[in-house]
Design a protein around this ligand. Structure first.
Ligand SMILES: [Mg+2]
Length: 347
């Protein structure tokens, strides 16, 4: 509870008020299908094209970007670090941006850690100046969404497919949960007449990245969503692939959420990028001017689209998953305002 409350202390803005705006936007999305944002892998019909969007200019004079930006929102994987290795030049850039009076935030779709867990990672990589309130993980976004929708008042509990990050964030807001790590390794033994019992008080299933996903968890989530009236299906993100190591791409939470979509026929409420929830929260809480915020990321279909769909400046870094040839190819319609080899070029 402390971290969530600390984040809000003194601002006069609650998670609820920031997220009410987002919930309304989600319902109003032209993508339709109730309150759902579609998969991150496909650009929505209203994605901004090269002609109407950014300059897609390689940044050679840093002041061009720095002069028009008050707030930098950094994706983490592929921007700040790759796996467990810090990208060259990052500490110096962050220190310099802070010295120039810029506000920095870190937004990650990875739900395996809570904000507290991420703070530990930042510090272990030598980024000692990072504060918990600068970090927005999709595990936190899931908890903030439950706050906004007053889930706690229903007296229901959450079933988690996911790792400790979601568990810790739900503990902070006092929402009871089952599943998660406790269901790792569980097996279903099929015998005649057997039915898996499930808790009728589960009012939401949160699906985040889970290296211990198994058939028990999938069946449990299916029963909750299909049989408990009003049970919500929330996905921390729908990323197709993720970086577990820097040696290859690994199947992301699109796989876990896809399993539950497949057996329920339901689309999830998405709380991570590219849904507007986190950016609306930041804009409301800090009173930022959208066109003076720059989203910096390594992925076109989440980070850059997230920036463009929310009226932000955008900058792609080639230090992650996107190559310059992919960025500049005629098939790619998602163009950032600027791009850099790595954020070290901000100096
Ligand atoms: Mg990334």
């Amino acid at each position: 509870m402390q971290t969530a409350l600390l984040l809000l202390a003194g601002t006069g803005i609650t998670i609820a008020s920031a997220y009410q705006l987002s919930a309304a936007r989600l319902r109003a999305t032209p993508l339709g299908r109730s309150h759902v944002i579609s998969s991150a892998s496909a650009a929505p019909a209203d994605a901004v094209s090269f002609k109407s969007a950014g300059l897609c200019k390689k940044l050679t004079v840093p002041s061009e970007l720095l002069d028009k930006t008050d707030v930098f929102i950094f994706d983490c994987d592929g921007v700040i670090w790759k796996g467990d290795s810090l990208i060259d030049g990052v500490p110096k850039v962050l220190a310099e941006l802070r010295k120039l009076g810029k506000t920095v935030f870190f937004v990650t779709n990875n739900s395996t850690k809570s904000r507290k867990g991420y703070l530990g990672k930042f510090k272990s990589l030598g980024l000692e100046d990072t504060k918990a309130e600068e970090i927005f993980s999709s595990s936190f976004a899931a908890a903030a969404y439950l706050e906004q929708t007053k889930f706690k008042e229903t007296g229901k509990k959450v079933y988690i497919i996911g790792e400790v990050g979601i568990e810790e964030e739900l503990d902070l807001i006092g929402v009871p949960w089952i599943g998660g790590g406790a269901d790792a390794g569980k097996k279903i033994e099929l015998k005649s007449g057997y039915a898996l019992p499930h808790d009728k008080d589960v009012g939401a299933v949160i699906v985040g990245f889970d290296r211990e996903i198994n058939y028990h968890k999938i069946q449990y989530a299916q029963l909750c969503i299909n049989e408990n009236p009003g049970c919500e299906f929330i996905a921390t993100n729908l990323d197709a692939v993720t970086h577990l190591t820097d040696a290859q791409e690994w199947a992301g939470n699109g796989a876990m959420a896809g399993a539950i979509k497949g057996c329920t026929g339901r689309e999830p409420t998405l709380v991570g990028k590219p849904s507007p929830l986190m950016i609306d929260y930041i804009v409301s809480k800090y009173g930022c001017q959208r066109d003076r915020i720059c989203m910096v990321g390594d992925r076109l279909d989440t980070d850059i689209l997230f920036g463009q769909n929310n009226g932000l400046l955008s900058c792609l870094t080639l230090s992650g998953v996107t190559t310059e040839s992919k960025l500049l190819s005629p098939e790619n319609e998602i163009k950032p305002d600027y791009y850099v080899d790595s954020i070290a070029q901000f100096l």
